[in-house]
Ligand binder design. Sequence first.
Ligand SMILES: [Zn+2]
Length: 257
Amino acid sequence: MEIVAFLSGCMIWIPITIMVVSLVHWLIAGEVDLISGLSGIWFCIWLGFIALRPPDPVYSPLVLIVAIATCVAYPFVRQGMIQREHRKIEITELERAYDSLAQRRDNPIAIFRIACQLYTLGFPGHALKIAESALTRMPVATFRNEHMKVKNWQSMRIDPVQFQALPCPDCGTANDPGLIFCHQCQKPYLLNRLRGGFFRGTNGKKVLAGWGALVTLCLILPLTSSLPPAAAIAAIVISFGLAAAALIAAFRPLVTT
Ligand SMILES: [Zn+2]
Protein backbone atom coordinates (compact mmCIF):
# COMPACT_ATOMS: atom_id res chain seq x y z
CA MET A 1 0.00 0.00 0.00
CA GLU A 2 2.88 2.35 0.86
CA ILE A 3 4.46 1.78 -2.57
CA VAL A 4 1.13 2.35 -4.35
CA ALA A 5 0.72 5.57 -2.35
CA PHE A 6 4.26 6.70 -3.22
CA LEU A 7 3.83 5.96 -6.97
CA SER A 8 0.42 7.63 -7.03
CA GLY A 9 1.89 10.66 -5.26
CA CYS A 10 4.48 10.98 -8.05
CA MET A 11 2.21 10.14 -11.02
CA ILE A 12 -0.54 12.50 -9.86
CA TRP A 13 1.47 15.48 -11.14
CA ILE A 14 0.92 14.44 -14.77
CA PRO A 15 -2.89 14.83 -14.72
CA ILE A 16 -2.59 17.77 -12.29
CA THR A 17 -0.31 19.57 -14.78
CA ILE A 18 -2.81 18.89 -17.60
CA MET A 19 -5.65 20.23 -15.44
CA VAL A 20 -3.75 23.37 -14.39
CA VAL A 21 -2.66 24.11 -17.98
CA SER A 22 -6.27 23.69 -19.16
CA LEU A 23 -7.50 26.05 -16.46
CA VAL A 24 -4.87 28.67 -17.34
CA HIS A 25 -6.06 28.31 -20.96
CA TRP A 26 -9.68 28.86 -19.85
CA LEU A 27 -8.61 31.93 -17.87
CA ILE A 28 -6.72 33.45 -20.81
CA ALA A 29 -9.64 32.71 -23.17
CA GLY A 30 -12.00 34.37 -20.67
CA GLU A 31 -14.15 31.24 -20.40
CA VAL A 32 -14.01 31.33 -16.64
CA ASP A 33 -13.76 34.30 -14.27
CA LEU A 34 -10.54 35.01 -12.36
CA ILE A 35 -11.74 33.88 -8.91
CA SER A 36 -13.23 30.58 -10.17
CA GLY A 37 -10.15 29.89 -12.34
CA LEU A 38 -7.67 30.57 -9.54
CA SER A 39 -9.78 28.53 -7.07
CA GLY A 40 -9.76 25.65 -9.57
CA ILE A 41 -5.99 25.85 -9.97
CA TRP A 42 -5.49 26.01 -6.21
CA PHE A 43 -7.84 23.01 -5.80
CA CYS A 44 -5.84 20.97 -8.38
CA ILE A 45 -2.53 21.70 -6.64
CA TRP A 46 -4.07 20.94 -3.27
CA LEU A 47 -5.21 17.55 -4.67
CA GLY A 48 -1.60 16.91 -5.73
CA PHE A 49 -0.38 17.54 -2.19
CA ILE A 50 -3.10 15.29 -0.75
CA ALA A 51 -1.79 12.48 -2.97
CA LEU A 52 1.79 13.28 -1.97
CA ARG A 53 1.17 13.47 1.78
CA PRO A 54 -2.14 11.62 2.26
CA PRO A 55 -3.88 11.58 5.64
CA ASP A 56 -4.42 7.86 4.87
CA PRO A 57 -2.50 5.83 2.20
CA VAL A 58 -5.80 5.03 0.42
CA TYR A 59 -6.05 8.69 -0.63
CA SER A 60 -3.07 8.66 -3.00
CA PRO A 61 -4.46 6.15 -5.58
CA LEU A 62 -7.95 7.59 -5.06
CA VAL A 63 -6.85 11.12 -5.94
CA LEU A 64 -4.91 9.73 -8.92
CA ILE A 65 -8.05 7.95 -10.21
CA VAL A 66 -10.11 11.13 -9.73
CA ALA A 67 -7.50 13.22 -11.59
CA ILE A 68 -7.25 10.74 -14.50
CA ALA A 69 -11.07 10.52 -14.71
CA THR A 70 -11.16 14.32 -14.90
CA CYS A 71 -8.65 14.35 -17.77
CA VAL A 72 -10.67 11.66 -19.62
CA ALA A 73 -13.97 13.54 -19.13
CA TYR A 74 -12.47 16.91 -20.04
CA PRO A 75 -12.66 16.64 -23.89
CA PHE A 76 -16.39 15.80 -23.67
CA VAL A 77 -17.09 18.76 -21.39
CA ARG A 78 -15.00 20.95 -23.67
CA GLN A 79 -16.99 19.78 -26.70
CA GLY A 80 -20.20 20.68 -24.90
CA MET A 81 -18.85 24.15 -24.09
CA ILE A 82 -17.82 24.74 -27.72
CA GLN A 83 -21.29 23.69 -28.91
CA ARG A 84 -22.78 26.19 -26.46
CA GLU A 85 -20.53 28.90 -27.85
CA HIS A 86 -21.75 28.10 -31.41
CA ARG A 87 -25.31 28.22 -30.19
CA LYS A 88 -24.70 31.62 -28.61
CA ILE A 89 -23.49 32.89 -32.01
CA GLU A 90 -26.58 31.43 -33.74
CA ILE A 91 -28.86 33.14 -31.20
CA THR A 92 -27.05 36.46 -31.80
CA GLU A 93 -27.67 35.99 -35.55
CA LEU A 94 -31.35 35.38 -34.84
CA GLU A 95 -31.46 38.60 -32.76
CA ARG A 96 -29.95 40.50 -35.70
CA ALA A 97 -32.57 39.06 -38.07
CA TYR A 98 -35.32 40.16 -35.67
CA ASP A 99 -33.69 43.61 -35.41
CA SER A 100 -33.82 44.01 -39.20
CA LEU A 101 -37.60 43.53 -39.01
CA ALA A 102 -37.83 46.71 -36.93
CA GLN A 103 -37.97 48.90 -40.05
CA ARG A 104 -40.42 46.72 -41.97
CA ARG A 105 -42.24 43.93 -40.19
CA ASP A 106 -43.26 42.11 -43.37
CA ASN A 107 -39.79 42.08 -44.98
CA PRO A 108 -39.74 38.54 -46.48
CA ILE A 109 -35.92 38.37 -46.70
CA ALA A 110 -35.52 39.15 -42.97
CA ILE A 111 -38.33 36.68 -42.18
CA PHE A 112 -36.55 34.01 -44.23
CA ARG A 113 -33.33 34.67 -42.28
CA ILE A 114 -35.25 34.18 -39.04
CA ALA A 115 -36.58 30.86 -40.39
CA CYS A 116 -33.06 29.67 -41.26
CA GLN A 117 -31.75 30.49 -37.78
CA LEU A 118 -34.74 28.81 -36.14
CA TYR A 119 -34.11 25.69 -38.21
CA THR A 120 -30.48 25.56 -37.02
CA LEU A 121 -31.50 26.23 -33.43
CA GLY A 122 -33.87 23.27 -33.27
CA PHE A 123 -37.31 24.59 -34.31
CA PRO A 124 -37.63 22.93 -37.77
CA GLY A 125 -41.45 22.85 -37.78
CA HIS A 126 -41.86 26.53 -36.93
CA ALA A 127 -38.96 27.42 -39.27
CA LEU A 128 -40.61 25.60 -42.19
CA LYS A 129 -43.99 27.32 -41.74
CA ILE A 130 -42.34 30.76 -41.42
CA ALA A 131 -40.14 30.14 -44.48
CA GLU A 132 -43.10 28.92 -46.57
CA SER A 133 -45.05 32.11 -45.82
CA ALA A 134 -42.00 34.29 -46.66
CA LEU A 135 -41.46 32.40 -49.95
CA THR A 136 -44.93 33.36 -51.23
CA ARG A 137 -43.47 36.88 -51.59
CA MET A 138 -40.06 35.74 -52.92
CA PRO A 139 -40.16 34.91 -56.68
CA VAL A 140 -38.40 31.66 -57.67
CA ALA A 141 -36.46 33.44 -60.43
CA THR A 142 -34.72 35.72 -57.91
CA PHE A 143 -34.63 33.48 -54.85
CA ARG A 144 -33.79 30.07 -56.34
CA ASN A 145 -31.52 29.03 -53.43
CA GLU A 146 -34.14 29.90 -50.83
CA HIS A 147 -36.79 27.87 -52.65
CA MET A 148 -34.42 24.92 -52.95
CA LYS A 149 -33.59 25.12 -49.26
CA VAL A 150 -37.25 24.95 -48.28
CA LYS A 151 -37.84 22.03 -50.73
CA ASN A 152 -35.01 20.28 -48.94
CA TRP A 153 -36.58 20.94 -45.52
CA GLN A 154 -39.95 19.68 -46.82
CA SER A 155 -38.34 16.44 -47.97
CA MET A 156 -36.92 15.80 -44.47
CA ARG A 157 -39.09 13.90 -42.07
CA ILE A 158 -39.78 16.53 -39.44
CA ASP A 159 -41.23 15.09 -36.24
CA PRO A 160 -44.96 16.11 -35.96
CA VAL A 161 -44.14 17.26 -32.39
CA GLN A 162 -42.17 20.10 -34.00
CA PHE A 163 -45.39 21.48 -35.47
CA GLN A 164 -47.06 21.89 -32.10
CA ALA A 165 -48.01 25.35 -30.81
CA LEU A 166 -45.43 26.82 -28.41
CA PRO A 167 -46.30 28.97 -25.41
CA CYS A 168 -44.90 32.51 -25.26
CA PRO A 169 -42.55 32.87 -22.25
CA ASP A 170 -43.92 36.38 -21.58
CA CYS A 171 -47.69 35.91 -21.62
CA GLY A 172 -48.16 32.12 -21.84
CA THR A 173 -50.27 32.24 -25.05
CA ALA A 174 -49.80 29.20 -27.32
CA ASN A 175 -48.56 30.23 -30.79
CA ASP A 176 -49.07 28.04 -33.84
CA PRO A 177 -46.11 27.46 -36.22
CA GLY A 178 -45.71 30.25 -38.78
CA LEU A 179 -45.88 33.15 -36.33
CA ILE A 180 -42.78 35.28 -35.73
CA PHE A 181 -44.27 37.37 -32.94
CA CYS A 182 -46.64 36.21 -30.20
CA HIS A 183 -50.19 36.88 -31.47
CA GLN A 184 -51.19 38.08 -27.98
CA CYS A 185 -48.34 40.31 -26.70
CA GLN A 186 -46.42 40.81 -29.99
CA LYS A 187 -43.08 39.80 -28.38
CA PRO A 188 -40.57 37.62 -30.32
CA TYR A 189 -41.60 34.50 -28.36
CA LEU A 190 -39.29 32.03 -30.17
CA LEU A 191 -36.25 34.25 -29.61
CA ASN A 192 -37.23 34.75 -25.95
CA ARG A 193 -37.57 31.00 -25.46
CA LEU A 194 -34.05 30.48 -26.85
CA ARG A 195 -32.59 33.31 -24.74
CA GLY A 196 -34.19 31.84 -21.62
CA GLY A 197 -32.70 28.45 -22.39
CA PHE A 198 -29.33 29.95 -23.02
CA PHE A 199 -29.05 31.99 -19.85
CA ARG A 200 -30.16 29.10 -17.67
CA GLY A 201 -27.43 26.93 -19.15
CA THR A 202 -23.89 25.95 -18.32
CA ASN A 203 -20.77 28.09 -18.20
CA GLY A 204 -17.17 27.47 -17.19
CA LYS A 205 -17.86 28.50 -13.60
CA LYS A 206 -20.69 26.00 -13.22
CA VAL A 207 -18.64 23.19 -14.77
CA LEU A 208 -15.85 23.91 -12.26
CA ALA A 209 -18.31 24.06 -9.36
CA GLY A 210 -19.89 20.74 -10.37
CA TRP A 211 -16.48 19.12 -10.75
CA GLY A 212 -15.29 20.47 -7.37
CA ALA A 213 -18.40 19.06 -5.66
CA LEU A 214 -17.90 15.67 -7.30
CA VAL A 215 -14.20 15.45 -6.39
CA THR A 216 -14.86 16.50 -2.80
CA LEU A 217 -17.50 13.78 -2.51
CA CYS A 218 -15.10 11.18 -3.93
CA LEU A 219 -12.63 12.13 -1.21
CA ILE A 220 -15.30 11.99 1.50
CA LEU A 221 -16.39 8.46 0.54
CA PRO A 222 -13.36 6.61 2.07
CA LEU A 223 -14.20 8.19 5.44
CA THR A 224 -17.45 6.18 5.40
CA SER A 225 -15.44 2.94 5.79
CA SER A 226 -15.08 3.66 9.51
CA LEU A 227 -18.88 3.99 9.91
CA PRO A 228 -21.30 1.12 10.73
CA PRO A 229 -22.48 -0.56 7.46
CA ALA A 230 -26.01 0.93 7.45
CA ALA A 231 -24.70 4.46 8.08
CA ALA A 232 -21.94 3.96 5.48
CA ILE A 233 -24.47 2.88 2.81
CA ALA A 234 -26.69 5.86 3.67
CA ALA A 235 -23.71 8.23 3.48
CA ILE A 236 -22.64 6.78 0.10
CA VAL A 237 -26.17 7.03 -1.34
CA ILE A 238 -26.51 10.63 -0.11
CA SER A 239 -23.06 11.55 -1.45
CA PHE A 240 -23.83 10.14 -4.91
CA GLY A 241 -27.22 11.84 -4.89
CA LEU A 242 -25.62 15.21 -4.10
CA ALA A 243 -22.91 14.70 -6.72
CA ALA A 244 -25.51 13.75 -9.34
CA ALA A 245 -27.57 16.83 -8.44
CA ALA A 246 -24.49 19.07 -8.76
CA LEU A 247 -23.67 17.55 -12.17
CA ILE A 248 -27.25 17.78 -13.45
CA ALA A 249 -27.34 21.44 -12.38
CA ALA A 250 -24.02 22.13 -14.15
CA PHE A 251 -24.67 20.14 -17.33
CA ARG A 252 -28.40 20.66 -17.75
CA PRO A 253 -29.08 20.72 -21.48
CA LEU A 254 -30.45 23.81 -23.17
CA VAL A 255 -34.20 24.21 -23.04
CA THR A 256 -35.21 24.43 -26.68
CA THR A 257 -38.81 23.25 -26.80
ZN1 LIG B 1 -46.91 36.61 -25.66
